[in-house]
Ligand binder design. Structure first.
Ligand SMILES: [Zn+2]
Length: 162
C-alpha cells in the first residue's frame, strides 16, 4: 500500500471510524493554488495532495488529510438533496464557505489532530501560501484552542466578579 494511503488508513481507524467502509482514495496530483482538496466521485471520494507536499513531514500531511476527512465525515451525514444544496451554497457564498471551513477545522481539533493541523498551516504559510480567514480558523486560533492553558484574554472576567 502506498505511504499516503496507509497514513490515511491509520488516521481513519484512529479518529474517523465511521469512514472505515467508505471508498476513499488518495493520491498526489499537481494542484494549482491548493495544497489539498477532496472531490466527490460517482461512488466515494478522492483526496488529492499537491506534489509539493511529497517531501513534507508526515505530521504536516496528517494535518491536511484530517481536514479533508472531516469534510467527508460531515458530508456523509447529509442526504443527496442536502448535500447538493450544501455544495451550491459553498460555491455561491463566501460567508457559508468561511463558516464551513472553520467548522471543519474545529472538527479536526476535536478528533485529535489540532497539532498536525497547526503544522500543516505553518508549512503552507512558509511556502508562501496566503492563509486568509476564509480558509478556516486562523493560525492563532488553532494555537489557542489546542493549548493546555486557557489564554487569559479569551476569558474576560468582569472586574466586579473577581
Ligand atoms: Zn476545507
Amino acid at each position: 500500500m502506498p505511504a499516503l494511503e496507509s497514513l490515511m488508513e491509520r488516521m481513519i481507524r484512529r479518529s474517523f471510524p465511521e469512514l472505515a467502509h467508505e471508498a476513499i482514495y488518495i493520491h498526489y496530483d499537481a494542484l494549482d493554488n491548493d495544497f489539498m482538496r477532496y472531490e466527490k466521485l460517482h461512488s466515494g471520494h478522492v483526496i488529492k495532495v499537491d506534489e509539493s507536499l511529497k517531501r513534507a513531514p508526515a505530521s504536516v500531511k496528517k494535518g491536511g488529510i484530517a481536514h479533508e476527512l472531516a469534510h467527508i465525515a460531515h458530508e456523509r451525514l447529509m442526504d443527496e438533496k442536502v448535500s447538493d444544496m450544501d455544495r451550491q451554497a459553498y460555491r455561491r457564498s463566501k460567508r457559508y464557505r468561511t463558516l464551513d471551513e472553520r467548522n471543519t477545522d474545529l472538527e479536526v481539533i476535536l478528533r485529535g489532530y489540532g497539532k498536525q493541523l497547526l503544522e500543516f498551516m505553518r508549512y503552507v504559510k512558509a511556502k508562501g501560501y496566503a492563509y486568509d480567514i476564509d480558509h478556516g480558523l486562523a493560525l492563532k486560533e488553532v494555537r489557542l484552542l489546542i493549548s493546555r492553558r486557557p489564554a487569559r484574554h479569551m476569558i474576560a472576567i468582569p472586574a466586579r466578579w473577581r
